[in-house]
Design a protein around this ligand. Structure first.
Ligand code: 2U9
Length: 345
C-alpha cells in the first residue's frame, strides 16, 4: 500500500517538475513534495505501523523517491537558468549589419586657422608668440605707446571702459609694451601677439566691436627699415602666394616713426586694376613702422643703442581677403553653413 503511494507520489511530482515553466512554480513543487509537511515525510512518519521486515524496504524506497525528486528539481533548475541566460542573450544581441548613425564632426573656426597659419609663418621667421590680458590698464594700452591724453582713441566713445583706469584693450600693442618691459632693456625682443581686441564701433560689413589682431615687434641693435620690408614681404608671399609683392606708403601712427601702410599686389588682376582692388592694383593689408624712440625709452630700452620695427594687422580682414568673405559678421554669427566650409587640411 505504502509502496504504491510512494510510486504514485513520484510519478505525480516528476510530471509537475516537467511542466513547471519558471523558478517559482518549480520551488512550489519542491516544497510541496519534499517539505516537512509534505506527503513523503507523512509516509515516513506512518512507517511505525509496518512490520519489522517491511519497514527498512519502504524506508529505502521513500529515500530513493525523495532523492529522485530532488535530482529532477535540480536538473530542471539548471535547465531554467540556462534558458533564462539564452533568452537574455537573444534579446540583447546587437545587429552589427545595421548601418551606423553618422556623428557630427566639428571644424576649427576660420579665425583660429588663420591665426595658427600666421603663427607658423612668423615663428618660421624667428618670432615667438606672446599673450597678455584683454582687460588692460590705461598705462599699457595708451600711455606706454605714446598715445597722448587727448588722442581720440582714448575717448569714452571709442573704447569700452570699466573705470577711468581700466578698459578692454583696443589693440594688442600693450602685450608688446609688457614684453619689452620684461626684457629690462636687453634685446633682442622678437614677438608676435595675436588676440581679441575691442572698440566701440557700430557693427557693419567691415567693422566689428570685437575683432582679432596680430601685431609684431622686433627690437635689437641695428634693426632697420629694410628688415621690416624683408619680413613683411616674406609674410605676404607665404600667406597670399609667392607671386604677390608688397609696397609701402607713408602713414602716421603715434607709436612708430616713420610709419607706413603696407599694400599687397592684387591677386585677381596682378596689379592691372580691377573691382577688388578698386582699379589701383593694390590692397591695403597692414600698418607698420619703426618703433618710436619715446616708446622704446618708456619700456626700458635705450633708443641710442636699440631700434626696432612693429606691425599690426586685422585677422578678419586677412581672412576675408584670402577666402573672399564679404562680411566680417560671418565670423561671429556662427552659422554652421559658413563654418563648415573651413576645414583645415
Ligand atoms: C609697440 C610699438 C609699436 C604696432 C602697430 C600698426 C602699425 C597698425 C592696425 C592695422 C589694422 C591695427 O588691426 S588694425 O586696425 N595696426 O597699423 N600697429 S604699427 O606698433 C607697435 C606696437 C607696440 C610697443
Amino acid at each position: 500500500m505504502m509502496r504504491e503511494r510512494l510510486e504514485a507520489l513520484k510519478t505525480e511530482a516528476l510530471e509537475k517538475i516537467e511542466v513547471a515553466s519558471d523558478m517559482k512554480s518549480l520551488q512550489d513543487v519542491r516544497v510541496s513534495y519534499l517539505g516537512k509537511k509534505g506527503p513523503i515525510t507523512e509516509v515516513l512518519r506512518g512507517m511505525g505501523k509496518l512490520s519489522a521486515e517491511e519497514r527498512p524496504k519502504v524506508g529505502q524506497l521513500a529515500n530513493e523517491v525523495r532523492d529522485e525528486i530532488k535530482a529532477h528539481v535540480e536538473a530542471k533548475e539548471a535547465k531554467l537558468e540556462q534558458e533564462a541566460v539564452e533568452k537574455q542573450l537573444a534579446e540583447e544581441s546587437i545587429d552589427v549589419t545595421l548601418p551606423g548613425r553618422p556623428t557630427q564632426v566639428g571644424t576649427s573656426h576660420p579665425l583660429t586657422d588663420v591665426v595658427e597659419e600666421l603663427e607658423d609663418i612668423f615663428t618660421g621667421l624667428g618670432f615667438s608668440v606672446a599673450e597678455g590680458p584683454e582687460v588692460e590698464v590705461d598705462y599699457y594700452n595708451f600711455e606706454a605707446l605714446n598715445l597722448p591724453k587727448d588722442h581720440p582713441a582714448r575717448d569714452m566713445q571709442d573704447s569700452f571702459y570699466f573705470t577711468e583706469e581700466l578698459l578692454l584693450r583696443t589693440h594688442t600693442s600693450p602685450v608688446q609694451a609688457r614684453t619689452m618691459e620684461q626684457h629690462e632693456g636687453k634685446g633682442p625682443v622678437k614677438v608676435i601677439c595675436p588676440g581679441k581686441v575691442f572698440r566701440r564701433d557700430d557693427d557693419d560689413a567691415t567693422h566689428s566691436h570685437q575683432f582679432m589682431q596680430i601685431e609684431g615687434l622686433y627690437v635689437d641693435e641695428k634693426v632697420r627699415m629694410s628688415d621690416l620690408k624683408g619680413v613683411l614681404e616674406s609674410f605676404a608671399k607665404s600667406f597670399f602666394g609667392e607671386d604677390r609683392s608688397i609696397r609701402l606708403r607713408p602713414s602716421f601712427f603715434p607709436f612708430t616713426e616713420p610709419s607706413v601702410e603696407v599694400d599687397v599686389s592684387c591677386g585677381i588682376c596682378n596689379g592691372e586694376g580691377c573691382r577688388i582692388c578698386k582699379q589701383s592694383g593694390w590692397i591695403e593689408v597692414l600698418g607698420s613702422g619703426m618703433v618710436h624712440p619715446r616708446v622704446l625709452e618708456m619700456s626700458g630700452f635705450d633708443p641710442a643703442k636699440y631700434s626696432g620695427f612693429a606691425f599690426g594687422m586685422g585677422v578678419e580682414r586677412l581672412a576675408m581677403l584670402k577666402y573672399d568673405i564679404d562680411d566680417i559678421r560671418h565670423f561671429y554669427t556662427n552659422d554652421v553653413r559658413f563654418l563648415k566650409q573651413f576645414t583645415r587640411a
